[in-house]
Design a binder for this molecule. Structure first.
Ligand code: HPA
Length: 278
């Protein structure tokens, strides 16, 4: 990771927003990016205006960073992320969340669309990520460690903050939905998994399968900020679903789940920015 490019990105975010410190960040997953347009008094910065930022163009992913007030604090929200399957290097995949932490974000909410593996999940469910399985053989921390960012061998015991997960489960109950939790298995993609791969992941302990989130979670923990994650089950995973998967199914389910997702995020943002902290 080029530390100076990362600091230049943080400087451009500070300059464009006029905000010295952002308290938290949110990454909006596939089909969920439109939440950013509901933010009041937000400042939109196209990724192309941020020094060093990788630019996206996959269907269903837009490419802007939003800065918005939440109470007397600030959140950064990424509408669209870059994925390893697009050919980006790991440093590029995690560039945005690293820049957010460099801007001061102490907590990051990662959201994604995922395939449901656990029996109890249905399409449209929101699931709190309890842990992940990295099945890609890739890791954003491979290479020389930059001690200014974090330690060489970061602990991964509680990647997804127990405290933030408990608060998120309470938010789910407040909006009237069941607070399911599950382990997310990161596959590289861009193919969806084979039914045999889904069965493998299930036996390894996966409840969800997807193509993002884990590398960002690793990079955020490396920098010492807290992570919390939500998967939207857009489909039952291959072989569990009786029908073949399609990207259209993923974006259609995301559209149907949007209002519940919006209620959850609306209610959770004050916790995420630390409004209730001392
Ligand atoms: N597998 C991987 N990624 C996904 C899926 C899936 O079934 N659904 C949405 N993203």
């Amino acid at each position: 990771m080029n530390y100076h490019i990362l600091m230049a990105a943080a400087t451009s975010i500070r300059a464009r927003t006029g905000v010295e410190t952002h308290d938290a960040a949110v990454v909006l997953g596939s089909g969920l990016g439109s939440y950013a347009s509901t933010l009041k008094d937000s400042i939109e910065i196209p990724y192309s205006d941020i020094a060093g930022f990788p630019i996206t163009n996959v269907v269903g992913h837009s490419g802007s960073l939003f800065s918005a007030p939440v109470g007397d604090r600030r959140v950064l929200m990424f509408a669209g992320r870059v994925h390893a399957y697009e050919g980006w290097e790991m440093d590029e995949v995690v560039f945005g969340v690293r820049a957010a932490v460099a801007c001061g974000a102490r907590r990051v909410l990662l959201t994604n669309a995922a395939g449901g593996v656990a029996e109890e999940f249905s399409a449209g469910d929101l699931v709190i990520i309890s842990d992940h399985l990295n099945l890609t053989g890739r890791n954003p921390l491979v290479g020389a460690n930059d001690d200014r960012l974090g330690p060489r061998f970061p602990d991964m015991t509680n990647v997804y903050s127990p405290r933030l997960r408990t608060a998120l489960a309470n938010t789910f109950r407040e909006v009237g939905i069941t607070p399911h939790e599950g382990v997310y298995a990161w596959f590289l993609g861009p193919t969806y998994e084979t039914p045999a791969e889904v069965q493998m992941a299930k036996r390894m302990g996966a409840d969800l399968v997807g193509m993002s989130t884990a590398p960002e979670a690793i990079a955020i923990r490396h920098m010492g900020a807290e992570v919390v994650g939500i998967s939207l089950v857009t489909n039952l995973a291959a072989g569990i679903s009786p029908v073949p998967l399609s990207h259209e199914e993923v974006t259609e389910t995301a559209a149907i789940a949007r209002s519940t997702f919006t209620s959850v995020i609306d209610r959770y943002l004050p916790t995420l920015v630390g409004d209730s902290d001392d």
